[in-house]
Design a binder for this molecule. Structure first.
Ligand code: SF4
Length: 311
């Protein structure tokens, strides 16, 4: 399958195709289609992604032209598409449906079309609008929960509390979307890891998403979290703490979800289907904790991951 990843950027005239800068790792082989630019919220304290981009809705005609350009490059052989940037369902439902219609007409072999979405945007959409978008062919939504702690959501300026997270995600599930939620390991710092794990498990249990995807906090320059860390008002959790936090989170889950550590920032490959793989996942954490207690090089390697700069 042809893919339009970052690495292919130079292969296409910039005038002819608007490349989005970010997509989930699970969409590495997908055609990337930019419906909006940037993030309409852009305030989360840990997030550097769109800080230098002014939020814009792209004209539907320009998006359709990008779909046509992609067809010219791929010959129509596209199976999966990721819609960018961070919250494209903020555009009118009719426009989303028009874009999805053109996408499916152009690429009849599509099996999956996904997008990032904010829980607040989903909560604001009517159930009928969400069902229309689902029927038009958007199949999966990637949503940043980060934490289920109301206090931490407020501190990191997520712009959505726990009830918004639960309502928005539940509406999306009821409309028929696959729901993929991101949890940010370490965002409670050294002091609040238990609160982060316990409260996150409670929210996930209420939503019962299809996917739980773990990212580990890597403070990025230019973000408030990086500043808090430098000033000392936020203490990055030790590698053991991150693993204990994961353990407590998994222990508290009573979901039927895929749990995936599918990101370069994570400290261990804790993956599985819940509930059946829970014991195996906990055992892997225990083994990693044991290794960590005996291996200073492993600790140094994991601690160095705090300094990753390109995620
Ligand atoms: S985490 Fe998502 S919602 Fe928050 S600022 Fe970044 S892109 Fe926007």
């Amino acid at each position: 399958m042809f893919n339009f990843r970052f690495g292919r950027r130079l292969a296409v005239n910039e005038e002819s195709y608007d490349f989005p800068p970010f997509r989930p790792p699970s969409e590495a082989d997908s055609l990337l289609l930019r419906v909006t630019r940037g993030c309409p919220w852009n305030q989360c304290a840990f997030c550097p992604m769109y800080k230098h981009i002014k939020f814009e809705k792209r004209p539907v005609q320009a998006i359709k032209q990008d779909i046509n350009t992609a067809k010219a490059y791929t010959g129509g052989n596209v199976e999966t598409v990721f819609i960018a940037d961070s919250d494209s369902l903020v555009i009118k439902t009719e426009e989303t449906c028009q874009i999805l219609g053109h996408l499916h007409d152009t690429f009849p072999s599509l099996t999956r079309v996904t997008s990032y979405a904010r829980a607040l945007t989903l909560r604001r959409k009517s159930p009928d609008s969400l069902k229309k978008i689902r029927s038009a062919g958007l199949t999966r939504l990637h949503i940043g929960l980060e934490t289920g702690s109301a206090r931490l959501l407020d501190r990191i300026k997520k712009g959505a509390g726990t009830s918004t997270m639960i309502q928005g995600c539940t509406k999306a599930k009821e409309a028929g979307f696959e729901v993929s939620l991101y949890v940010l390991a370490g965002i409670g710092g050294e002091s609040s890891w238990k609160e982060h794990a316990e409260e996150t498990a409670k929210v996930l249990n209420q939503i019962n998403p299809d996917f739980i995807r773990i990212r580990t906090l890597v403070p990025q320059p230019g973000t408030p979290v990086f500043q808090w860390w430098n000033e000392g008002s936020f203490q990055m959790p030790a590698p053991e703490t991150i693993l204990k936090e994961q353990r407590k989170l998994i222990e508290g889950l009573s979901v039927t979800s895929k749990y995936l550590s599918d990101h370069v920032s994570n400290y261990a490959g804790i993956n599985g289907n819940l509930p059946e793989d829970k014991a195996k996942m906990l055992s892997l954490i225990d083994t990693t904790l044991d290794k960590l207690s005996k291996d200073e090089d492993l600790r140094a390697d994991l601690e160095n991951m705090r300094y990753l700069r390109r995620l």
